[in-house]
Design a protein around this ligand. Structure first.
Ligand code: XLS
Ligand code: NI
Ligand code: NI
Length: 437
């Protein structure tokens, strides 16, 4: 099949010396790093919503994107054609995965029944294209935020009928994700939050959200869907306060409502920024709780307070991200999903290639840098030594639960004062990291 991107051939690895903008300089899918290929480590995924549905409009202006294959209509035929174009793009790029919301791939009809029929028609095309290309679905999800019925939220709406509609929609989205062999399914709480507490019963809304997720887990088991469930934290936007505000809040929610065994986290860099955290912090919180699932790989703008969803280009950032991901054993079901959009000024189709190539190369470098830091071993050794007082003697006794306040007081009364603190050496460690960048 050769249609839309006929002037662009398959993106190849040409190495760091290449000056070809449509080639990888660092992402060499077959190259082995720490015993796995880059392709297996990074598990890149293209998102349907930004890459194939975003017209690049903003609050002040209409869309600028030139997408010659799209007739601009809401027809199923246009959606089917778009699906084939999407696969041509992903195939040429060489990403092994993609991700979608139900409403990205097929238009909403006048009734739920008609909408489901539209979805089935496009899923048929996606299935054919997956088979033809070998590209797989990283995760599916349902859009429970665009349509006006979700004005007060979906699972947390004050209106029980909206909860029912959302349940029906997620049921169908789970079925199609299962049919397409999806490795996972994401719950991002679109409008699950509030704009004012004056009209909000927070406790009741949180209980409804938990109920909704339990019903989804039940249905997943019922249909035999083995994909991983994820919850995606975001602190604000569209609502002033989103319930899934950050990794720690999500973990607390999952624990409180007995959902910890069924959901991991899908962490997004720009959402970490909005929450006032670094991405590495969010990964660490999830990883240490055994809940590091997948990554929405993008970046925000430090000067803008909203979700700009830019493609990741900072090698410093990707090195930090990969260092933490490798530390927790790498991805299993998850991957690096480019939840990112080209800028409104980058409106030509070729910009979609430049954006993804840049993100993939930045992460390939991040992976290689992280692996080199790990091989060098000085960073890990420093951290290990820093906690050496816990490895034997009194520290080991406290950790193993064999000490108490009385003993600790007697010990310190005898010592009189702490004389053993040493420097944290932050600047030394920052310099050490820069040796590898
Ligand atoms: C929005 C979210 C969204 C999820 C999928 O900010 O990142 O795109 O990834 O619903
Ligand atoms: Ni996202
Ligand atoms: Ni986002």
């Amino acid at each position: 099949m050769e249609t839309v991107f006929k002037n662009i051939s398959k993106i190849k690895y040409e190495g760091p010396k290449s000056r070809n903008p449509l080639a990888f300089k660092h992402y060499n899918p077959a190259e082995v790093v720490e015993g796995k290929t880059m392709r297996e480590h990074l598990r890149f995924s293209v998102v349907y919503w930004h890459t194939f549905r975003n017209a690049l409009s903003d609050q002040f202006g209409v869309g600028t994107a030139i997408r010659p294959w799209d007739d601009g209509s809401n027809s199923v035929a246009n959606a089917e054609n778009r699906a084939r174009v999407a696969f041509e793009f992903i195939e040429k790029l060489g990403a092994p995965f993609y991700a979608f919301h139900d409403r990205d791939i097929a238009p909403e009809g006048r009734t739920l029944r008609e909408t489901n029929k539209n979805l089935d028609a496009v899923v048929k095309v996606l299935k054919e294209e997956q088979k033809r290309t070998g590209i797989k679905l990283l995760w599916g999800t349902a859009n429970l935020f665009t349509q006006p019925r979700f004005v007060h939220g979906a699972a947390t709406s004050c209106n029980a009928d909206v909860f029912a509609f959302a349940a029906a929609q997620v049921k169908k989205a789970l079925e199609v994700t299962h049919e397409l062999g999806g490795a996972g399914y994401v719950f991002w709480g679109g409008r699950e939050g509030y704009s004012t507490l004056l009209n909000t019963n927070m406790k009741r809304e949180l209980e409804h959200l938990a109920k909704f997720l339990h019903l989804a887990v039940d249905y997943k088991k019922k249909i035999g869907f083995k994909g991983q469930f994820y919850i995606e934290p975001k602190p604000k936007e569209p609502t002033k306060h989103q319930y899934d505000s950050d990794a720690a809040a999500c973990l607390n929610f999952l624990r409180e409502y007995d959902l910890l065994d069924d959901l991991k986290l899908n962490l997004e860099t720009n959402h970490a920024t909005l929450a006032g955290h670094t991405m590495q912090h969010e990964l660490e919180v999830a990883g240490s709780a055994g809940a590091l699932g997948s990554v929405d790989a993008n970046t925000g703008d430090e000067l803008l307070g909203w979700d700009t969803d830019q493609f990741p280009t900072s090698v410093y950032l990707t090195a930090q991200v990969m260092l933490t991901i490798l530390k927790y054993g790498g991805f299993t079901t998850g991957g690096l999903n480019f939840d990112a959009k080209v800028r409104r000024e980058s409106f030509e189709p070729v910009d979609l290639f430049h954006a993804h190539i840049g993100g993939m190369d930045a992460f390939a470098r991040g992976l290689k840098i992280a692996a080199a830091i790990r091989k060098d071993g000085r960073l890990a050794e420093f951290v290990k030594q820093r906690y050496a007082s816990w490895d034997s003697g009194l520290g080991a006794k406290i950790e193993s639960g064999k000490s108490d306040f009385t003993e600790l007081e007697a010990y310190m009364l005898k010592q009189g004062e702490v004389t053993t603190n040493v420097s944290g050496r932050q600047e030394f460690l920052e310099n050490l990291i820069n040796e590898f960048i």
